[in-house]
Write a protein that binds this ligand. Structure first.
Ligand SMILES: [Zn+2]
Length: 178
């Protein structure tokens, strides 16, 4: 006699007999089987990688680290351990300044949930002084009216107090005009 699952499906075209008895949802609900409730307590650790780890550690200490490639001569920020232009590992760590200029910006009137903001936020790519041209980081502009922001405007990082920094890009509150 051929045995089938409740769905009617066979195990395979050659194997049609299942050993034992299939547990059904009704059996479980009727508590025909011993069940054990088990909550897992999993902990994860995650690494940001060699380049970004040093970058984040630098932010905690009020320093911007970049990575230099001798192949193309570029200074990369955020730092990368591999140069995507030269297809080779980058060569050395360099500190860059916490000043720069606005490469591009947006005046944002919506929140992440699409609700409207009364006061806009200013989001910018800031080209960092000491890094290569067009090498910049995405951050907020502050202490400036939206109408006064211009491409090329010189800005400087406003850091959180040392004790409040956590090794995140938000250790810089925003960039303000200089
Ligand atoms: Zn390169």
């Amino acid at each position: 006699m051929e045995r089938r699952r409740e769905s009617g499906a066979r195990l395979s075209s050659k194997t049609t007999n299942f050993p034992g008895r299939e547990i059904t949802g009704e059996d479980v609900e009727a508590e025909k089987y011993l069940t054990i409730a088990y909550g897992s307590d999993l902990k994860y650790s995650w690494t940001a990688g060699v380049g970004i780890s040093r970058y984040l550690d630098g932010l905690k200490n009020g320093v911007l680290w970049a990575r230099k490639c001798r192949g193309c001569g570029r200074t990369l920020i955020p730092p990368r351990m591999y140069c995507e232009e030269c297809f080779r590992p980058t060569d050395e760590w360099v500190k860059v300044r916490d000043t720069g200029k606005v490469n591009t910006f947006s005046i944002v009137y919506v929140n992440t949930d699409a609700s409207r903001r009364k006061k806009p936020i200013l989001v910018s790519i800031v080209e960092i002084d000491g890094a290569s041209p067009e090498m910049g980081i995405l951050h907020l502009l502050g202490e400036v009216a939206p109408k006064d922001v211009t491409v090329g405007m010189k800005v400087k990082a406003v850091w959180k107090p040392k004790g409040q920094r956590t090794g995140a890009i938000t250790d810089i509150v925003h960039f303000k005009p200089v």
